[in-house]
Ligand binder design. Sequence first.
Ligand code: PMP
Length: 409
Amino acid sequence: MTSGAPSKPTLAETLQARLAERRQRGLYRQIKTLDEAPSPHALVDGRPMVAFSSNDYLGLARHPQVIAAQQQGARLGAGATASHLVNGHLRVHEALQEEIAAATGREAALVFSSGYAANLGAIGALIGRGDCIVSDKLNHASLIDGARLSRAESLRFAHSDMGALERQLQRAQSLGGNTLVAVDGVYSMDGDCAPLAEIARLCRRYGAWLMVDEAHGFGVMGSEARPIAGSAAAAGLSADEAPVLMGTLGKAAGNAGAFVAGSRALIDYLLQFARTYVYTTGMPPAVAAGALAALQVMAREPERRRQLRDNVARFRRGAGQLGLPLCDSASPIQPLLLGCEHTVMSIAAELAARGYLVGAIRPPTVPAGTARLRITLSAAHSGAEIDGLLEALGASLATLRSAAAAGIE
Ligand code: PMP
């Protein structure tokens, strides 16, 4: 080497060092390759497994009528072939938007290709420099990234702490500009619901706009009049109180894509200004057709929601009897808070060996020291499968505790 300049690590060296650090901290992520969607049953390398890790809460990902509708939709074209605005989109997209608007009790809806895109697009369109976004600290990554990209002043409040929210709203008010409050209706990694009635009351008092992410509420909960509308409806909020509703079609609807629902003006506005809508390829017709069929099944088969509630209750009862570290959640998301990343990984591996897939959730997805097993229930689980998971959890935790007691953890 002749140059006096200090030699810099190569790209490969830099990446290897960062990956090694992630591995060493027990945070390395790997993909499992499955033979079919675990909804909730799947063959993995030829071995039958039961998944307690999917967001297919109503078991619609494998519903024969949904799959038939999706196959039928594919006849309209494998892809949308361009963005919604450049090409126009199909009648099935319009029909899906109308069905979503009716289900959520809003004037209109706009479909996006994912929930991540919907959150980024909606937030970025609604606020910008000079405005404020106030977010719960446990908001989903897509709301956090939407806040960052919007260039609005970003204020956060401690999880579901209404005193902290009010203080941030006072700060936001003093800054001038518009204020958007964005929260998950049901928190994706904790399963608890936002106190939406109280949040809406504070938004009204401070003139802030409320955006509720219904990724985990849509399809699962609602009001008597709108049983699948989500957590805002369940909390009794009107369309004026929760003017921006975002929901996904990849969870309870068992499919893919997402929507924002609200007033006609909101939807017209997003169609003009939401960059993740304008500058991306439209939702494939098959997905729109499958999602539409899923929404129709949701409306037709309320017994799926009843079964889901029973399954959640059965799991919580059994887990309580075993003394498992349950969280305060009434939703299908039932995390077991274990704290240590290595413990979470080893229990998830034990459970997989016993035929159960569960999510092992570690930082940075959740705060440091709060690694957890994210167990999700579906209407498609049988009582015997839930009991089987509980038995396997009890056995795995006992093995771990005795290993820890013997000092070989
Ligand atoms: N919001 C929340 C609360 C979520 O849990 C998710 C999915 N993990 C999203 C948004 C993103 O939705 P999608 O998977 O459709 O991109």
